[in-house]
Design a protein around this ligand. Sequence first.
Ligand code: FPP
Length: 280
Amino acid sequence: MALEKATGHDKKLQDRLIGSGDVPRHIAIIMDGNGRWAQKRGLPRIAGHHEGVNSVRDIVEACGQLGVKYLTVYAFSTENWKRPQEEVSLLMRLLLKALRDEKDRLHQNEVKLKVVGDIAALPQDVQDELLDGIEKMKDNKGLTLILALSYSGRWDITNAIQRMYDEIRSGSLKKEQITQELITSYLATKDFPDPDLLIRTSGEFRISNFLIWQIAYSELFISQEFWPSFRRKQLYEAVSNFQRRERRFGMVSEQLNKNESSGLDPLRGMERFLKSASKS
Ligand code: FPP
């Protein structure tokens, strides 16, 4: 199995990005605007969701080629269950079809599939397809694609607290052990690093109950494109914009270099990032 490589002009753009700074390790995306994309064209909302699948395919492929390690897409929120029954049902059918159609291609591209959310709430056939895909791709070494399905940040945190409560009651967890790292380890996203870059499409400045704990220090990028029009070109703009940011994690610029040389901290590589970003 081999990752399909970019070619021609696309390869040049990717090489330029890779050479001009750190590519985010983890990108998270709030895919918004499918309905409006369709409405603008006089189409039913589901047509926007259909075209949105093509954007997911393109972005997954481009992220893999760029060397992004984790991509989390907000495909269905806890709140989305409140949409009209017909749209929910069509979205579930679409998800099932997309999983069936894309599984082999994802596998060939060395993608590892993961899911976060209240999976038991999804239709049984969707659950089965997800589990099958996760199993099939479990040994792949390329991009980890995380589908957030029936997910919300508050759902995740509530779940974590309930499980901690049980363990405190049974005596296996002590109050003093509750640290930020411990809370992180109880979340559905425990196996993945926090997102470096959070992209939201359709020009809205909202988090919409996505990874509310995990994005504490993520860089935000708001794209004006509706999700079905958000393709690799727009992704490259977002990554390029990310590369021009200085991530200080609450500190001041001078400390970033110092921390790296002392080997202390989460900011390893930051000096390299700053140097190469200033060259570009
Ligand atoms: C938001 O647009 C989009 C969704 C709620 C669903 C996203 C689903 C897909 C792109 C398809 C399936 C995904 C995968 C991973 C294969 P909206 O409906 O809120 O748009 P609007 O704000 O314009 O109404």
